[in-house]
Design a binder for this molecule. Structure first.
Ligand code: PLP
Length: 365
């Protein structure tokens, strides 16, 4: 058989792969002693109860999961306060990107983004032949200027995606501004991946607005980045509709059991939230005390950090950190972040201190 390229879809063939930190992950595979502060993962691992649940479930790994995810939805219902009819589960919250586009976006429909934001939403849109519209937020504070967002809506716009708390900036959209978006005849998706660290949510608006879908993940505060568990909160009609657009067995049975255990382990979650908050506060105050370094107020488990010195170069600084065993996310070339930015995930207190020291060394080079 010869060339089969004519069988491929050209827009998929040309789509960008999402692997912004692939090189860093390879580096970490070789040096697991390095501090992995680039992916907003949890440095403490999963709850001990979740770990035990995984071990207990291994003997049933050959059985299909319950496709209704009854027990998992009950656990999420208790955790979120939403009825299980309002909950959809997914293989990480990024699976909802596909579920949402599959369910709502026809070729040529537009999705409006408010960058700087989380890249995969735009990358996946090209797979569905959708059109990305942008209403960028601007420096110095990257605040939410909703008039700009409303002005950017056209007749092609079908969906608006808001990341709140925002990745990479760390700020939340005010509820008042959110309501102005929700008044439009469009689907509004709010990605609350960092909800537990913000301790504020817009999910209650689901009860008032029929066009709102809130997605969340257990990858961050629960440490499930490798296990993969996300969920969406919306009204019962949209939940039923969206679940039809999702895969049939989105969550494997081991992850489902682990999630039920983790959601029931409130004291571990409290411990994690407290540690991350104090680590974040330390990073912000120690970094702000360094000359020509500015951090952005964050409601997440990361701190967006800008180097203001005339010759500062975030790429060189990140390279220097690697030499000291610390891996952060460098934003050289990231649209919307003009300047010298890195994003630092809050690590263990020891990693945070090492990171600040290494930045100090990098700046004095
Ligand atoms: C805003 C946002 N949404 C979703 C995700 C990924 O979530 P998951 O691992 O559940 O797919 C991330 C991870 O960095 C994120 O920052």
């Amino acid at each position: 058989m010869g060339d089969i390229s004519h069988l491929l879809k050209s827009h998929i063939h040309e789509a960008k792969a999402y692997n912004p930190t692939a090189i860093l992950r390879m580096l970490y595979d070789q040096r697991p002693d390095y501090a992995r502060l680039m992916g907003n993962e949890l440095p403490y691992g999963i709850s001990p109860q979740a770990r035990q649940a995984i071990i207990d479930e291994l003997d049933r790994a050959h059985l299909y999961p319950d496709s209704s995810y009854h027990d998992l939805k009950q656990a999420l219902s208790t955790y979120t306060g939403f009825p299980d009819t309002h909950i959809v589960v997914g293989n990480g919250s990024t699976q909802f990107i596909d579920g949402l586009y599959c369910g709502f976006i026809n070729p040529g429909d537009a999705v409006l983004f408010v960058p700087p934001d989380y890249g995969p939403y735009r990358i996946r849109l090209t797979i569905y032949n959708g059109e990305a519209q942008l209403a960028p937020r601007s420096p110095p504070d990257y605040g939410w200027k909703i008039d700009h967002v409303l002005d950017a809506i056209t007749s092609a716009t079908k969906m608006i995606v808001i990341i709140s708390p925002n990745n990479p900036v760390g700020n939340c959209i005010p509820e008042k501004e959110m309501r102005r978006l929700l008044d439009r005849d469009l689907l509004i998706v709010v990605d609350e991946a960092y909800y537990e660290f913000a301790e504020t949510t817009l999910a209650h608006l689901v009860h008032k607005y029929p066009n709102l879908i809130v997605t969340r993940t257990m990858a961050k505060a629960f440490g499930f980045a490798g296990l993969r568990l996300g969920y969406a909160l919306t009204n019962a009609n949209l939940a039923e509709y969206l679940s039809k657009a999702m895969h049939h067995f989105p969550v494997n049975r081991i992850t489902a059991k682990a999630a039920i255990a983790a959601l029931g382990d409130a004291s571990y979650l409290e411990y994690v939230k407290k540690e991350i908050k104090s680590g974040r506060e330390y990073l912000v105050s120690a970094l702000n005390a360094l000359p020509d370094v500015q951090t952005y107020p964050s409601h997440t488990n990361f701190v967006l950090t800008k180097f203001l010195g005339p010759s500062a170069n975030s790429y060189d600084i990140a390279q220097h950190l690697v030499e000291e065993g610390i891996i952060v996310r460098d934003y050289t070339g990231k649209a919307g972040l003009e300047g010298q930015f890195v994003r630092i995930t809050v690590g263990t207190q020891e990693q945070n201190r090492a990171c600040v020291k290494a930045i100090e060394h990098a700046l004095s080079h």
